[in-house]
Design a protein around this ligand. Structure first.
Ligand SMILES: Nc1nc2c(ncn2[C@@H]2O[C@H](COP(=O)(O)OP(=O)(O)OP(=O)(O)O)[C@@H](O)[C@H]2O)c(=O)[nH]1
Ligand SMILES: [Mg+2]
Length: 297
């Protein structure tokens, strides 16, 4: 082994391990996307091409990193979930975060021309920040995911109403903002009911009929055969992995699981991830045991 007088600098590399046996969420977020969206004339409030591009980049991240079990995206952000037993990069935060965000960014730029064929990217190129957060319990993880989806709903309803007032109602952005802040003050559940009613009565827009991708955001996961709810105890499977983590699975088992994960198709869906049903039908998300690959139709 080469040994030089400079090697002592290695001592400065301090451990940055994420807490073991916790769910890790790596969330990336577009840097300065308000400006970026204006530069490329993203449609308001939602640009389907921009969302499809985010989803395509996230899908590639799951393909390249089979340790990621599920991802959820809305607007310029994406959350990638690693199972609590995942030991990728020995759970070193900087390695996990930088790998996820650089893979995502690379594909975002690589796939840009597929979704925006008419408008080539010019500097400054898009970039994303990234952080890793550990969630100690399954409930914490579920609540995190629910928080992002509720945020998606609240923001989308607000933005849909705001831009309807401007684009269809001829208001200025100040007037639209004021109009909405009045209904904001009425608060509580009445808040979203107000906007639904306003959209319907003034613009004949039924918010329920808006595209699912805008209302629910996007879920990226591996496509296995759905199971009947009630046949698996998803919550206990997710939590009992604590023992499994203490006695890691055999190498062959890990290899087989890895192969099945790689074989599964990675799909993009727009589903309710707040309800139990979503998780009950997909026990592999929480147990980290790959499901059954569906038969070719
Ligand atoms: N027009 C349009 N804008 C979008 C769309 N998706 C995301 N954006 C923009 O991206 C912003 C994302 O919000 P933030 O992440 O809070 O804002 P940011 O400008 O990226 O700021 P930082 O993340 O702090 O760098 C939104 O406020 C929009 O301006 C879209 O589909 N259409
Ligand atoms: Mg941003």
């Amino acid at each position: 082994m080469a040994n030089s007088k400079y090697e002592y600098v290695k001592l400065f590399e301090q451990p940055d391990q994420l807490l073991p046996n916790t769910w890790v969420v790596v969330r990336i977020d577009g840097r300065g996307f308000t400006k970026f969206a204006n530069k490329y004339n993203f449609e308001k409030p939602n640009d389907k091409r921009a969302l499809d591009l985010m989803n395509a980049a996230a899908r590639q991240v799951l393909i390249e990193l089979p340790d990621i079990t599920i991802a959820y995206g809305v607007s310029d952000e994406y959350s990638f979930v690693l199972h609590k037993t995942c030991t990728l990069f020995e759970r070193r935060a900087s390695k996990l975060v930088s790998t996820v965000v650089s893979t995502f960014t690379a594909y975002y730029i690589f796939l840009w021309s597929t979704y925006f064929p008419e408008t080539p990217l010019t500097a400054p190129l898009p970039s994303f920040d990234s952080r890793a957060v550990c969630y100690p319990s399954l409930q914490n993880l579920r609540d995190y995911m629910s928080w992002r989806q509720v945020d998606c709903h609240i923001n989308n309803l607000y933005n849909t109403t705001f831009w309807a007032l401007i684009q269809l109602g001829g208001m200025s952005s100040t007037e639209a903002g004021e109009k909405l802040s009045v209904s904001l003050r009425s608060n509580g559940n009445g808040f979203s009911k107000d906007k639904n009613e306003l959209l319907y009565s003034q613009f004949s827009i039924n918010y329920n009929n808006e595209p699912e991708i805008y209302k629910k955001g996007s879920v990226v996961s591996r496509d296995y055969e759905l199971v009947e709810p009630g046949t698996h105890n998803t919550a206990s499977e997710g939590e009992s992995m604590a023992e499994l983590a203490a006695q890691p699975q055999s190498k062959t088992q890990a290899e087989n699981d890895g192969k099945r994960r790689t074989k599964a198709r990675v799909v993009i869906e727009h589903l309710d991830i707040i309800r139990d049903d979503f998780w009950d039908r997909r026990p592999w998300l929480l147990s980290n045991k790959p499901g059954k690959i569906p038969k070719e139709p």
